[in-house]
Design a protein. Structure first.
Lengths: 164, 228
């Protein structure tokens, strides 16, 4: 019974797209300062266009990403999240980007279990010189989330964490 | 340390279903180290359940609290207010923690969020292995510091059995034969003659198979409570 309910609600966003063609997804980008953050900066300097709803959070390394950061972003209303770290083999801290990838994988499973959908989360690798690639990633992610529709968490009464 | 594993999310959700205000309670000792029920796991679990409830539209409130140890009255008393003000406590402590809450707060509903597994150690980050069964009659002096009770699938006292192949147990190729390990270590220590001596049948009465165990140290009891 519950499973059927979850499945039905997972399909809901697709219907919402038809209802609301003006949906602009809110995307949180967890960016490593050595690559993605610099690449976003470069994209700006190059006057490249990318979705304005991409909210960048600067991290000292993509390996700083924790599952809780991703979940909190969704709790606070993000429609999608992406983690962007250095190219494999180029991490400033040797293996931070590999650790980020493993956590993203686990977080995807958690999002699936929660009924949000793991496809709303992605991990990308790029270098500081990839300004155009950053704009491409941000656009790609926005397109993906637009197709999926708003996060099923939205428009529900917010349940804030009670810190006991 | 005590090693535990989190229960499946569906099982936890099923358990807490009847309760509106749930306190997800972590323990800062063993289960923090084995990444099953520390502050971080409390945050992740509570957040996951909040997200799942928002998707389903289930009204349920989750409070979060992690104390140093769930198995000591003093730390539990420090969280008494939060424990008493919730409809149920989902304990991410080991089985001892869950029972300590139940014992200290008779009117509070407490549910286990973990499956307590064994006494073990982390072989590496993210991998834990059993090392002790708490049998109450330690014989590690007879086996070069390698426990045949915990690490031999048959808990053989005089091994190995015929199932030991190339140093691996017949139960699984991933399990090293405890008696092979003992042999190798005794060889390194130059004490292979220890194997000539047959280990006599074990006294299982102080073990888990006997009765609920209890240790009393009169020298440590607070004066007034101690019986001479």
């Amino acid at each position: 019974m519950n499973e059927q309910k979850v499945v039905a609600e997972e399909k809901k966003p697709v219907q919402t797209v038809i209802v609301d063609p003006n949906f602009e997804p809110q995307i949180v980008a967890l960016c490593c300062t050595y690559c993605a953050y610099a690449a976003a900066d470069l994209a700006g300097s190059m006057r490249l266009q990318y979705p304005a709803n991409t909210k960048i959070v600067k991290l000292p390394c993509s390996g700083r990403t924790d599952i809780i950061h991703i979940l909190k972003a969704f709790e606070d209303g993000a429609d999608g999240v992406f983690v962007a770290g250095c190219e494999e083999g180029s991490c400033h801290f040797v293996s931070g980007n590999f650790e980020a990838r493993r956590r993203v994988k686990r977080a995807k499973q958690i999002l699936d279990q929660a009924g949000i959908g793991g496809e709303r989360l992605e991990m990308f690798n790029l270098s500081a010189a990839h300004g155009a690639r950053f704009a491409e990633i941000a656009t790609e992610m926005a397109e993906r989330i637009r197709k999926l529709g708003p996060s099923p968490v939205k428009n529900k009464a917010p349940q804030k964490a009670v810190t006991a | 340390m005590i090693v535990a594993e989190q229960k499946a999310l569906e099982k936890i959700q099923e358990m807490i279903k009847p309760y509106k205000k749930v306190l997800v309670m972590g323990c800062g000792t063993c289960v923090t180290v084995c990444a099953a029920g520390g502050q971080k796991e409390v945050e992740i679990l509570a957040s996951t359940m909040r997200l799942a409830n928002q998707v389903k539209g289930t009204p349920q409130e989750f409070a979060e609290k992690t104390i140093t140890r769930q198995c000591e009255w003093e730390y539990l008393d420090g969280a008494a207010e939060e424990i008493k003000s919730s409809d149920a406590v989902l304990s991410l402590g080991c089985g001892v923690g869950v029972q300590a809450i139940a014992e200290r707060f008779p009117s509070v509903i407490v549910l286990p969020g973990l499956n307590t597994q064994f006494f073990g150690l982390p072989l590496e980050q993210g991998v834990w292995a059993e090392r002790c069964r708490g049998c109450g009659d330690c014989k590690l002096d007879r086996s070069a510091g390698i426990c045949y009770i915990a690490r031999c699938a048959k808990s053989l006292q005089n091994g190995p059995c015929g199932g030991s192949v190339n140093g691996k147990c017949e139960v699984s190729k991933d399990i090293p034969c405890a008696w092979h390990l003992i042999y190798e270590r005794l060889k390194t220590l130059g004490q292979l003659e220890a194997l000539d001596e047959i280990i006599q049948p074990k006294d299982w009465s102080p073990s888990f198979a006997g009765k609920p165990r209890k240790i009393t140290r009169e020298d440590l009891r607070i004066t007034g409570k101690a019986k001479a």
